[in-house]
Design a protein around this ligand. Sequence first.
Ligand code: AP5
Length: 232
Amino acid sequence: MGLNVIMMGPPGAGKGTQAERFARERGLPKISTGDMLREGIKEQNPVALEAKKLMDRGELVDDGTIIAIVRDRLTRPDTRPGFVLDGFPRTVGQAAALDRLMEERAQGPLVVVDVMVPEQELVKRLGSRRICGRCGTNAEAGKPVCGKCGGELVVRADDDGQVVLERLKVYERATRPVLEYYRARSTFRVVNGAQAPDQVARDMDRMIDDAAAAGGKARVAGESRMSARVAE
Ligand code: AP5
């Protein structure tokens, strides 16, 4: 049975860091809507360039665009054993659309992990984050260049102080309700993301395995259908 995981949490919670690691260790594709948009911008894709205007202000890209990107990505054969979603869904509309896609796929439970970190710590992390200007990877502590490709380290375009505050506001308004959408499910878990990355990883692995075991396919399909109807 496939393993489908969603990493939820505010900007800077460590979703990308943990999604990357978990996906690599379990041999699953990591699907990050933020990364896909940033790659599209580099390639001068017109849809991504339009999205950039919103991203630079810390606002969300419209559901239609994002859902189409994710739907297309989930049709690729590498997602058959499962996937790790990072940064999607971010609205209740996106969550309901994902449930409909999951029903079509009928491949394993959908495990949802909420990475919780206090706001002060998020602001601190994003204020000091550097990424590789070439490949976009987060910089490793103490390294003067990208550990992956040797590229120069830069500040991410939306890590500017005012934009960070806007992203946090948007998270509270648009994305926090998604947690309520999932909370009652047997596959929903909350991890303390304020711990050191290795400890977050250990807790998360245990929770995901436990949630996957708890989420019988038939039961999750039933829960998903119910939530999708509520959101309509
Ligand atoms: P996106 O790229 O998804 O950004 P985000 O959600 O704001 O998340 P971040 O990448 O900033 O943080 P993260 O939680 O992944 O943390 P990370 O691991 O990097 O989205 C960007 C924009 O794209 C959105 O604003 C929107 O415009 C658009 N978009 C994307 N998806 C969309 C969607 N579905 N709908 C609509 N619009 C969408 O870690 C952060 C830093 O902390 C790093 O420096 C890291 O090294 C460090 N760190 C990680 N873990 C720890 C730890 N445990 N302790 C200490 N430091 C840590």
